[in-house]
Design a binder for this molecule. Structure first.
Ligand code: B12
Ligand code: SF4
Ligand code: SF4
Length: 203
């Protein structure tokens, strides 16, 4: 992109840019022990993006870290994917396995610990006091989930067809999870002792 002699390029979880690091340096929030960036206004419920530009701008002050002595996220992770503050072991992370792992079966230690998660995992964010006490709901309509995807049925997802997948996840980051992966994730939940069938899979 070029405007009045200046160049710019933008990324939103799309390029080899460390989103959290630059957000912290730009004063938006801090990289927390659960490894996500926490803002004072929205907790960690934010998407990060950046514009790279050769414009001469005055930098903001980097944000300070406010986790203190809290370790709720480390204690709550069901698969011990946060072995130390700020460190995510992706091999143990439900988010990695449900979204990125394309194998036909999930590793056993993940499959038995899914706790209804079929697309990513927010446990280490749900327990965070900054999200529980201070985060505000968004007023941006585009960030609302499609109604048919709120509290979906695991049984339905376990049979998800290509056509249903295409319709339900149109213009959605969830398209990264292919129909066979939805089926695998839902079936693993249905077979898992950690599943809570009264409140089927959050996505
Ligand atoms: C790979 C990746 C994953 C992997 C690995 C996660 C990880 N934490 O490393 C997996 C698939 C597991 C994953 C999961 C999730 N992800 Co992800 N992921 C990414 C991605 C593409 C790259 C991150 C990465 O590993 N970069 C490489 C490493 C080397 O860089 P880094 O982690 O940023 O760390 C650097 C700095 O942050 C800094 N640093 C790291 N720790 C610390 C600590 C301190 C104190 C300091 C000062 C600096 C510092 O040093 C590092 C080296 O430069 C980013 C998008 C992006 N382009 O940045 C999204 C991103 C981090 N993911 C995001 C999200 C939302 C998630 C999930 C919540 C999704 C979900 N609901 O399931 C989970 C959360 C899991 C978790 N607890 O972190 C958001 C986070 C938003 C936020 N508020 O922070 C991002 C920023 C995407 C976006 N633009 O919105 N993700
Ligand atoms: S996203 Fe889930 S599995 Fe991954 S570190 Fe957080 S709580 Fe653990
Ligand atoms: S739960 Fe506690 S330690 Fe974890 S990110 Fe939130 S404030 Fe930090």
């Amino acid at each position: 992109m070029q405007s009045q002699g200046h160049q710019a390029r933008y990324y939103i979880d799309t390029g080899p840019i460390s989103d959290k690091l630059w957000a912290q340096r730009a004063g938006l929030g801090w990289i927390a022990k659960n490894s996500n960036l926490i803002t004072r206004e929205y907790g960690s419920w934010v998407f990060l993006g950046e514009i790279l530009t050769d414009l001469d701008l005055t930098p903001d002050r980097p944000h300070l870290q406010h986790c203190g002595t809290c370790t709720r996220c480390l204690d709550a992770c069901p698969t011990q994917a946060l072995p130390a503050p700020f460190v995510v072991d992706a091999n143990r992370c439900i988010a990695y396995h449900t979204i990125e792992n394309r194998a036909a079966e999930l590793p056993g230690a993940i499959a038995v610990n899914l706790h209804n998660w079929v697309a990513g995992c927010d446990i280490c964010q749900d327990v965070c006091p900054w999200n529980q006490r201070f985060a505000q709901p968004t007023n941006i309509d585009d960030f609302q989930p499609y109604p048919e995807n709120v509290a979906p049925s695991l049984k339905e997802l376990a049979q998800l067809s290509e056509a249903d997948w295409s319709q339900r996840f149109r213009a959605s980051a969830l398209r990264r999870i292919k129909p066979a992966m939805w089926q695998r994730n839902a079936k693993a939940n249905l077979a898992s002792p950690s599943a809570e069938f009264s409140n089927p899979g959050p996505i």
